[in-house]
Design a protein around this ligand. Structure first.
Ligand code: RFL
Ligand code: PHB
Length: 424
């Protein structure tokens, strides 16, 4: 089946029962974030039926801003499935990043160090494109599907039994959707992870004592590549969305209130933390601002019975290494391949999915935490002496990274992206 053909055509006109309507598909995907939307496209192109159930309305899903950097393998995967038309026009290829400390700025050239690049392309633009393509194909993408409840997930152990997902459709009808597999692509706050039977899933977690204040501004970026800066006042970053829109971040306290941050105060802090001699940060109207908490979080398994987790439903990283969206895409690549192999008669990929995805994920967790630790001021939870020690240690680390070829290759290799894992 090609991407031009309609797909995701699960049976719509199901049988009515006393408790509602019973319908059927092969794969029920819960969540229309980037992971769920992308998985649907790949399955559809392989001729596998699916239905995507999203709790929020379409405007809300299209309105979320979030991530901005795609690894090269993410870009290549979107290209492989013909989902990169907008990305090719509006994505900005970047050859590296700047690391900055105490006003000193160093370029780390990924292309030169590893032959790989990254692409700055907003998650919002990606989601817009994936939704538009689903609509063009007439996919089964249901917004405002409420009270979504996965059931019979353990049915993999019972011969011939299928799983099902119950949900309330936007017209108020309660639907039971029978399926072979349920995919939890429902993010950190989703329902799927909570459906694992007690004792089958453990959580490893770290919460940080700092957060990011993120802004979007209608002003051309003042830099060619992203700038990550450690300053005594805290971390700051300069990213972008296009040649006319900038995205910038500041480290703040997680219990700070956005009301405390006037536009003027934000620009002042950005000028201080990002400033270097001979360089100007151009200011412009701020169109969006919010404070984003951060955490590291990984579940012990991404699979129980007929239920599989992908993306933020199974793991979260702090955004410093730009890995969340890319990890979601890496999971989808692996699981989509495993599901295709299943329908061709081979279950090895499904059996190995969780171990393989988590093996890659823990490497990504290490990198994200390393970048975060190196670039943020650690609040004096213990003592001012500890904080002062940490700051000097971090400066030592940045000076090492910016002067060592080996350290730069390692950073570049991880930032541009560890290879996606093969399901075979
Ligand atoms: P999402 O995007 O959270 O989507 C989950 C979807 O599931 C829906 N849902 C439900 N639907 C039905 N029933 C339920 N019970 C449901 N519960 C939830 C939700 O409404 C939602 O639509 O997860 P997904 O698809 O796994 O995608 C993950 C990414 O969104 C996330 O990892 C990234 O945004 C993280 N991230 C970054 N990642 C990168 O790779 N590069 C970056 O540069 C980057 N920058 C960032 C980021 C995240 C940030 N924030 C906001 C934490 C920058 C920031 C500021
Ligand atoms: C972004 O552009 O939103 C962005 C870029 C790099 C990161 C995090 C966020 O590490």
């Amino acid at each position: 089946m090609t991407s031009d053909e309609s797909h995701g055509q699960s049976t719509e006109a199901g049988e009515s029962t006393a408790t509602g309507v019973r319908q059927s598909t092969q794969v029920a995907i819960i969540g229309a974030g980037p992971a769920g939307l992308l998985l649907g496209h790949i399955l559809g192109q392989a001729g596998i039926d699916y239905r995507i159930l999203e709790a929020r309305d379409k405007d809300y899903v299209l309105g979320r801003i979030r991530a901005g950097v795609l690894e090269q393998d993410s870009v290549d995967l979107l290209g492989k499935y013909g989902l990169d038309a907008d990305l090719k026009t509006n994505g900005l290829t970047h050859h590296g990043i700047y690391l900055q400390h105490e006003g000193e700025r160093h370029h780390i050239d990924f292309a030169e160090l590893t032959g790989r690049t990254v692409t700055v392309y907003g998650q919002q633009a990606l989601v817009h494109h994936l939704v538009a393509e689903h609509e063009r194909l007439g996919s089964q993408l249901i917004f405002e599907a409420t009270d979504v409840q996965p059931t019979k997930i353990e049915s993999a152990q019972i011969d011939g039994e299928r799983a099902s997902v119950a949900y309330t459709a936007p017209n108020g009808e309660r639907i039971t959707l029978d399926c072979d597999y349920i995919i939890g692509a429902d993010g950190y706050h989703g329902v799927c992870r909570r459906t694992f039977p007690e004792g089958t899933l453990e959580v490893a977690e770290r919460v940080y004592d700092f957060a990011w204040l993120g802004i979007l501004a209608d002003v051309a970026p003042s830099t060619d590549d992203l700038i990550y800066a450690l300053h005594r006042d805290g971390f700051a970053m300069h990213s972008m969305r296009s040649t006319t829109v900038s995205r910038l971040y500041l480290q703040v306290s997680p219990d700070d209130d956005i009301a405390n941050w006037s536009d003027e105060r934000i620009w002042e802090a950005l000028q201080t933390r990002l400033g270097t001699e001979g360089w100007t940060l151009t200011e412009g109207p701020i169109t969006e601002k919010s404070i984003l908490p951060m955490r590291s979080f990984v579940v012990s398994t991404l699979n129980y019975g007929r239920l599989y987790l992908v993306g933020d439903a199974g793991h979260i990283v702090p955004p410093t290494g730009a890995k969340g969206l890319n990890s979601a895409i890496a999971d989808v690549a692996l699981l989509a391949e495993a599901l295709q192999a299943h329908y061709a008669g081979d279950d090895t990929g499904l059996e190995q999915y969780s171990d393989k995805a988590l093996d890659r994920q823990w490497k990504v967790q290490h990198f994200s935490q390393w970048m975060t630790d190196m670039l943020h001021v650690h609040p004096a939870d213990g003592s001012a002496e500890q904080s002062a020690f940490d700051f000097q240690r971090q400066l030592g680390q940045i000076r090492y990274v910016t002067s060592s070829h080996a350290a730069q290759v390692s950073l570049a290799e991880q930032y541009a992206g560890l290879p996606f894992v093969d399901a075979r």
